[in-house]
Design a protein around this ligand. Structure first.
Ligand code: AMP
Length: 281
């Protein structure tokens, strides 16, 4: 396993591999790797000659009062993980190179970035799209692997790749959960013991929604109410949003039909957690 910090070195490595006819698979992350990342890495390893993992806690996707400073970081753990999974390259770009003083250019996405998480995190998806564009330009992957855990992020990156004519293909892989249903996330580390127990309410509410839809319920507000009831029975839970949207474009549904994404963000204590489920009817 090789560790690369510089953009130039990363680009040179990728060019050499491509000249040799090797396919490059890429998993972008913010580190503190867990089994959710593992599923992406394993797929990437299986499907490509060369597997690149990036670890970069991207400052521009955090709001001024968010957790950029305290976001969990553990280089040692991430490197053990990457070695074990036979990753070829860990790419740790530096903030200085990604955002040199005087940089001006950003990638903005249309209205899809203002829905759902974009409402409470107004700069978030511009930060995400900008860093992913830069990372693609460094790594030049044939395929990039993303998690359905961040469903809106995956759709936005797909949109950007389409609009900006990148040749990279995007594959979105299913959400990996703890045994009790909590979606794995680096932010789960913030949860105190009692909050960790309460945090299962996200997935329980999503399962209830799915059951109701399968039983014939087609009204989004009925679904949201049933979910609220489950979530708000937990003293530390505060809902940011619950929505039933079209899974292909995130447009809110008036009647539940087709490929439905039920998606939510909930604060458990001070920790903001997101989760989702898709239902096809
Ligand atoms: P992050 O390090 O949180 O920025 O996540 C890096 C990638 O891993 C993103 O594409 C996430 O959607 C994906 N990911 C994070 N958690 C999970 C999970 N529980 N299941 C599947 N993918 C995940």
């Amino acid at each position: 396993m090789k560790i690369i910090h510089s953009v130039n070195q990363m680009q040179r490595f990728s060019n050499e591999q491509k000249k040799k006819g090797k396919s490059i698979g890429f998993v972008p992350t913010m580190g503190y790797l867990h089994d959710g990342h593992l599923s992406l890495v394993r797929k990437c390893r299986k499907e490509n000659d060369v597997c690149v993992l990036s670890v970069f806690v991207n400052p521009t996707q955090f709001g001024p009062n968010e957790d950029f400073q305290k976001y969990p970081r553990d280089k040692k753990h991430d490197e053990v993980f990457a070695k074990r999974e036979k990753i070829d390259i860990i790419f740790y770009p530096t903030e200085k190179e990604m955002y040199p003083s005087g940089y001006l250019t950003c990638v903005t996405i249309g209205p899809i970035a203002n829905l759902l998480c974009g409402k409470s995190r107004p700069e978030h998806f511009q930060g995400v799209a900008t860093i992913v564009a830069k990372l693609i330009n460094c790594v030049s992957p044939k395929v990039m692997y993303l998690g359905q855990k961040d469903a809106q992020q995956a759709l936005i990156i797909k949109q950007m790749v389409r609009d900006l004519k990148y040749s990279t293909r995007i594959k979105t892989l299913p959400i990996i959960r703890e045994k009790d249903g909590l979606a794995l996330s680096s932010r789960n580390k913030y949860l105190k013991a009692d909050e960790r127990m309460q945090a299962t309410c996200l997935y329980r509410s999503l399962k209830e929604a799915r059951n109701l839809i399968r039983a014939g319920e087609r009204g989004p507000s009925k679904i949201a109410k049933a979910m609220q009831k489950i979530i708000l029975s937990n003293p530390s839970a505060k809902i940011d949003y619950i929505e039933c949207v079209n899974a292909n474009n995130l447009v809110p549904l008036k009647r539940l039909q087709g490929n439905i994404l039920i998606v939510l963000a909930v604060f458990v204590g001070k920790t903001r957690l997101i989760d989702n489920i898709t239902v096809n009817v």
